[in-house]
Every structure is written in structure tokens, then in C-alpha cells.
Design a protein around this ligand. Structure first.
Ligand SMILES: Cc1cc2nc3c(=O)[nH]c(=O)nc-3n(C[C@H](O)[C@H](O)[C@H](O)COP(=O)(O)O)c2cc1C
Length: 336
């Protein structure tokens, strides 16, 4: 997209203006507005470049297109009375795209999920519509068999969910005092593994986690600044991101923040369940600071950083901020 390659002239103009200190001559509000536009411009460029909006050829872009289609099938099969032969266009698109994907990237877990969805579709619809094409398609591939729909019982859901969730949530606090003891990778792996159950848009699972320790951890904390006073006792920093390559269309431009934010909360609760302490650290950065922080460790530009999380072991006794909450009816409106 040559018309978009404005980074060189933009950088040059910025440099000249900076030297001339022209911005100092502008009224504060106008300066703020210009800075906001510059930051939106950065978000715009990264989204246009990374997402599937303009180019669907990469592995992540293609796999998310597959996931969206197989998910439409599994969703369709899980409603109270699915229509026989529903979503035929999605089924055909899925088979077409699946061929392209398999020839380029082989037989991975996304392919397996697609084949399972097609097989379940066939089991349910049996005849008519695109069934014959699906049957033929599946007969050429040695794969399948797990169902795209799970049959579950209310009693089991209630039994498994019968933990004291209120007590669990209320016993979590942002921890700003750690023992300094090393956090084993197996605990981080466990927390991320549990957090994988977090809902994500069309199950596209765009959340990623980067673990930083040692010098990289120190450098990122020095840039972030929100852990002043306790950064020295933080053992591990998790950088929470969302891969924009899985998103498509203008409507999804902010989806990365939702997906990664939800995933982060699950990681925080998982760490809490594993007896570790954590503290969210904001990534409320301008584009230039975001870029600066990205120099600390290897991360693709497509990954949007939503926040970082300080992790460590909790001392026997410690103080936490009480952080009182608003009254419930200040935040809850019931529209009868
Ligand atoms: C996105 C986000 C960013 C945060 N950034 C910081 C931070 O930079 N430094 C810090 O000490 N706490 C930070 N916090 C923690 C909040 O201050 C804390 O969650 C809030 O006061 C509620 O307290 P609690 O977590 O103990 O319930 C952040 C929390 C969130 C969700």
C-alpha cells in the first residue's frame, strides 16, 4: 500500500517541528487535539496493516477466517432447535478456505476443529443441501472425531460452579508487596492454561502472554512507572496482548482491548487460585511510549498490548490498599 507509507515524511516533518518547537506556540487544547490525532493515526496504521481488512493471506488471518466459519457451525448446532442444512454458504466457504489453508500450513488444531464441525454438521443435517459435498469432502481426509457440540447437564454445571465465588473474588487484592521468591514457570503455565477458557470473539482466541524476568522485566517496569515503590520485589511481569491479525473489518478495530482485557482478568483470578499475588499495571501509553517499550523484547507489531501484570509470591502478612467500591446501585441500572 504505497499511499500509506507516510512514515518517512511524517517522521521528518515531526523532527523539524520538534526542533523549531512550533508546538509550544500552539494553544494547549489544540496541541492535545493534534497529539490525539497522531495517536489515532498510529492505531489506524497498525490495525490496517495487521488485521485481515486488507490482506487475508497470512496464517493468523486465514486461521481466524476458518475459526469464524467453523464457529458459526458449532453455534448453529447448539441452539434449541437447529434448522437442518443451516448456513450452507458458511459450510462451502469453510471447505474452500480449508483446502487453501491445509495446503499452505498443514494439518493443525484449527483444521481438526473445522473437520469436527463439518462432521457434526453432516451428522445433524444428514441429507439435502450441501450434505453430499461435505460427505465427499470428509471422505478425502483422514481425520475427525470429536463432536462440535458437547451435551452437558445443568446439574453438573451447578455442581462444578458451587464454589464460594464471592469470597474468592473479595479475597483478591492488588498486591504491591512480594517476597521476591522466584515464581516457577509451571505456575504461570497453569494460570495461562486455565485462562484459556476465557470467552473470545468467535472463539478466535487472540490473547497472548509474554513472560519477562531479569533485565527485560526491569526495563519494562522502568518505562511503565506504575510500580514505583515495589518494582524491586516483583519477580515476574506478564505482558498481556491481543493479536490484531485475527480481526477483520472496521467494527472490530477495538476488539483487541476487550479480548485481552477479559483474558487478563482470568489470568489474575487463576494466579489468585494458585496462591500467587498480582497487580495490574496500566499500559495507558502514547504511541511513542508504546513503541519504546516494544524495544525491550521481541513482539510483533500486530500484537496490541493491553496491560502488564506484576506477579510474585505473597508475604505472610502484608498491607493492601482497601480500594473501596461504589455502591452497587450507582453502577447498576435495571431497565424494567
Ligand atoms: C488496567 C489496570 C491498570 C492498573 N494500573 C496500575 C498501576 O499502574 N499501578 C498500580 O499500582 N496499580 C494499578 N492497577 C491496580 C488498581 O489500582 C486496582 O485494581 C484498583 O485500585 C482496585 O483494587 P484491587 O485490585 O486491590 O481490588 C491497575 C488496574 C487495572 C485494571
Amino acid at each position: 500500500m504505497p499511499w500509506l507509507n507516510l512514515s518517512k515524511p511524517t517522521k521528518m516533518i515531526k523532527k523539524i517541528l520538534k526542533r523549531l518547537r512550533v508546538h509550544r506556540l500552539l494553544p494547549h487544547q489544540l496541541r492535545q487535539k493534534l497529539a490525539l490525532i497522531t495517536n489515532y493515526w498510529y492505531d489506524f496504521k497498525v490495525y490496517l496493516k495487521s488485521s485481515s481488512m486488507m490482506d487475508e493471506s497470512g496464517r493468523e488471518q486465514q486461521s481466524s477466517q476458518l475459526i469464524m466459519r467453523y464457529h458459526a457451525i458449532e453455534k448453529g448446532l447448539s441452539v434449541p432447535s437447529p434448522r437442518k442444512n443451516f448456513g450452507q454458504d458458511k459450510v462451502i466457504q469453510l471447505m474452500d478456505r480449508l483446502d487453501t489453508y491445509r495446503s499452505q500450513f498443514g494439518h493443525d488444531h484449527v483444521v481438526v476443529a473445522c473437520l469436527n464441525a463439518l462432521s457434526s454438521y453432516l451428522d445433524y443435517s444428514v441429507t439435502g443441501g450441501v450434505c453430499e459435498s461435505v460427505r465427499q469432502y470428509l471422505s478425502t481426509i483422514d481425520a475427525v472425531k470429536s463432536n462440535a457440540v458437547l451435551n452437558i447437564k445443568r446439574v453438573d454445571v451447578i455442581e462444578s460452579a458451587s464454589i464460594n465465588f464471592a469470597a474468592f473474588c473479595r479475597s483478591r487484592h492488588s498486591i504491591r508487596n512480594f517476597t521476591g521468591e522466584a515464581v516457577d514457570n509451571s505456575l504461570i503455565e497453569k494460570a495461562v492454561d486455565i485462562a484459556k477458557k476465557t470467552p473470545s470473539v468467535c472463539n478466535r482466541q487472540t490473547s497472548r502472554v509474554h513472560v519477562l524476568r531479569g533485565d527485560k522485566k526491569k526495563r519494562i517496569l522502568d518505562i511503565q512507572l506504575g510500580s514505583r515503590g515495589f518494582s524491586d520485589c516483583i519477580d515476574t511481569v506478564l505482558v498481556m496482548t491481543s493479536d490484531r491479525r485475527a480481526f477483520t473489518g472496521i467494527g472490530e478495530r477495538n476488539q483487541c482491548w476487550v479480548d485481552s482485557g477479559m483474558f487478563a482478568m482470568s489470568v489474575i483470578y487463576s494466579l489468585h487460585a494458585l496462591g500467587l499475588g498480582s497487580c495490574c499495571l496500566n499500559w495507558s501509553f502514547t504511541s511513542s511510549r508504546d513503541q519504546l517499550a516494544r524495544e525491550v523484547f521481541s513482539i510483533d507489531e500486530a500484537e496490541a498490548i493491553s496491560m502488564i501484570i506484576a506477579v510474585g509470591h505473597i508475604p505472610e502478612v502484608l498491607n493492601v490498599a482497601s480500594s473501596p467500591r461504589f455502591p452497587t446501585f450507582d453502577i447498576l441500572t435495571i431497565h424494567d
